[in-house]
Write a protein that binds this ligand. Structure first.
Ligand code: HEM
Length: 533
């Protein structure tokens, strides 16, 4: 996922595919899904010649932005999203915040046609800005561990080499599906925990339920990232590695927002926050290292009888190079935990606010889970259209990320302006994906629109809309590498919860805030009442 403040845009997830030295299966995969219209060179040259120069793109300077955001300024009381929206009204569907103080210009685009143009011309090594503190840590502080900066840090050929190595392991549904039994059991454990912590009279979950959700997401990530089942629910021993890791990830999210997403002096001198960030990254890296070393011993002491098909993602990564497993695990922790937790919360919230939709989903689930405790399997999960539609619709109306970013891969013409190759662009899809002109009902949660083989007006309409209006996991070779895993985790989580509980929300509407990704801004006071049978 991605976000910007100051000049920065940050990503948090993404992916691509390739195998065995040839390049990008993923590019081909996507090309197959979304056909690409050919653009003639001469036609482009003609457009370019007629277009207005880049300098004419409207927008405020960075200095004006800073001045207007200071106390008393006209933007002082607005959050980042509101500022961007205000500028959009003022300047239209393309505007530029000029750089300065060593930062580049940032171009904001809001039209799906422009998203498509940018993605289709991004090239085989798409450039997405990275978290600079993490880059510093991996390249300068621990270069011995990070022989590659991994997906979280690298660009260009180095990024492609790493992606090519891990893509066939992380993106193949058949490998990810092997985790269904473990994730299923882990959710069962979480359900026991929910019954224990809810108020026994009114069935309300405690105010800090978001922390419980983060722990669930971390535990589910660990099943895959490190082949480890953490004892993570309940009171943790303050000296335990699990406690340290949980605390470190929480701080990471905060420190990322102050050091990478806002202007900070850490590059001039090591601020206290920066020093803490380095310690936090040590905890995350050392935790991964510890588990890789343990696993290496286990693997060395066993005769290898497992076929490649049976090996876990973690085992496959270790066999390539134990350090590859460490790098990938740290990327999974920093990019996969808060995103998955936030997405799962949004689905629960949307279902709680729409009990009729929740009941349709429960009826679908009853067919494959006759008992509340019935397990999910590869077979019974193969046909759950309403579940998948509900998750997709939730990502549309309450997105985890507001958009994506790229440096343009070649000279382009957007909205009649010349955009030179290498310009930093923010593709702001948060408006297009809820635009009433494109999606009937706008922000209304209507999973039915995503049901395939339906002749309803809603689903016919959704099929006609450009897929570029709504790409929650990004696009192309750099799309989210954790997509398959995130979807599986959320599917299992939502299925088991809805089969076990009536999920209710009787509080004022929950607000979300943007801290790199969108997270709930308030207490998660869901009520969870047991389904009778
Ligand atoms: C609902 C949950 C998630 C959402 C919405 C999400 C979203 C995204 C997005 C939008 C990107 C940028 C893609 C692009 O530039 O085209 C991305 C990249 C990435 N994501 Fe996710 N993500 C999620 C979960 C995960 C999980 C579970 C993992 C780890 C297993 C993960 C790991 C990554 C990594 C490593 C990248 C960078 C990929 C690269 O640059 O090659 N994400 N994600």
């Amino acid at each position: 996922m991605l976000i910007l403040v100051g000049s920065k845009v940050i990503r948090v997830g993404g992916s691509f595919v390739k195998s065995n030295g040839q390049c990008n299966c993923l590019v081909r995969l996507f090309a197959a899904q979304i056909p690409s219209p050919p653009v003639a060179e001469s036609q482009f040259q003609n457009e370019w010649d007629k277009a207005l120069p880049y300098e004419k793109i409207p927008g405020p300077s960075r200095l004006t932005l800073i001045k207007d955001s200071l106390p008393g300024g006209k933007l002082a009381t607005l959050n980042l999203g509101e500022v961007l929206e205000q500028y959009r009204h003022q300047y239209g569907n393309i505007y530029k915040i000029s750089g300065g103080f060593g930062t580049p210009d940032t171009l904001f685009v809001f039209d799906p046609k422009d998203f498509e143009t940018i993605y289709r011309t991004e090239g085989i090594w798409p450039f997405r800005p990275v978290l600079e503190t993490v880059e510093h840590y991996r390249k300068k502080v621990r270069p011995d561990t990070f022989y590659s900066g991994g997906l979280g840090v690298e660009q260009g050929k180095e990024w492609a080499e790493f992606r090519t190595t891990v893509n066939p392991i992380m993106m193949q549904p058949k490998f990810v599906k092997l985790y269904i039994p473990q994730i299923d059991q882990f959710v069962d454990e979480f359900i026991i925990r929910m019954r224990k912590i809810r108020d026994s009279n009114i069935y309300e979950l405690p105010e800090n339920f978001e922390e419980e959700m983060d722990r669930w997401s971390l535990g589910a990530t660990c099943l895959v990232a490190l082949d480890s089942r953490l004892e993570i629910f309940g009171e943790l021993d303050k000296n335990s590695r699990e406690y340290e890791l949980t605390a470190a990830l929480k701080r990471f999210i905060y420190l990322r927002s102050v050091l990478d997403l806002k202007p900070s002096m850490w590059k001039v001198f090591p601020t206290a926050d920066f020093k803490e960030m380095m310690r936090v990254l040590d905890v995350i890296t050392d935790f991964s290292f510890h588990h890789v070393n343990e696993a290496k011993k286990r693997l060395e002491s066993k005769v290898n009888t497992k076929s490649e098909k049976e090996q876990s993602v973690f085992e496959k990564l270790i066999r390539i190079n134990p350090k590859t497993a460490v790098i990938m695990a740290t990327d999974m922790f920093t990019a996969g935990v808060d995103t998955t937790s936030s997405a799962a919360i949004s689905v629960l919230y949307n279902l709680a606010k729409n009990p009729d939709k929740q009941e349709i989903l429960r009826n679908e689930l009853r067919k494959i889970l006759p008992e509340k405790g019935s397990p999910l399997t590869q077979q019974n999960m193969s046909n759950l259209p309403y579940l998948r539609a509900s998750i997709k619709e939730s990502l549309r109306v309450l997105p985890v990320v507001n958009g994506n970013s790229r440096k343009t891969g070649k000279d382009l013409v957007l909205k009649g302006y010349r955009i030179p190759k290498g310009t930093l662009v923010l593709l702001q899809s948060l408006y297009t994906q809820v635009d009433e002109k494109l999606y009937t009902g706008g922000k209304k949660f209507m999973p039915e629109r995503w049901l395939k083989n339906q002749e309803s007006e809603l689903s016919k309409e959704a099929r006609k809309v450009s897929p570029f209006t709504f790409l929650p996991f990004g696009f192309g070779p750099r799309m989210c590498i954790g997509r398959r895993l995130a979807e599986l985790e959320i599917e299992v989580f939502v299925s088991k919860l809805v089969r076990n509980f009536y999920i209710e929300w009787d509080q004022p509407d929950l607000k979300f805030k943007t801290v790199g990704i969108n997270v709930p801004d308030g207490k998660l006071q869901f009520k969870v009442k047991d389904v009778e049978n």
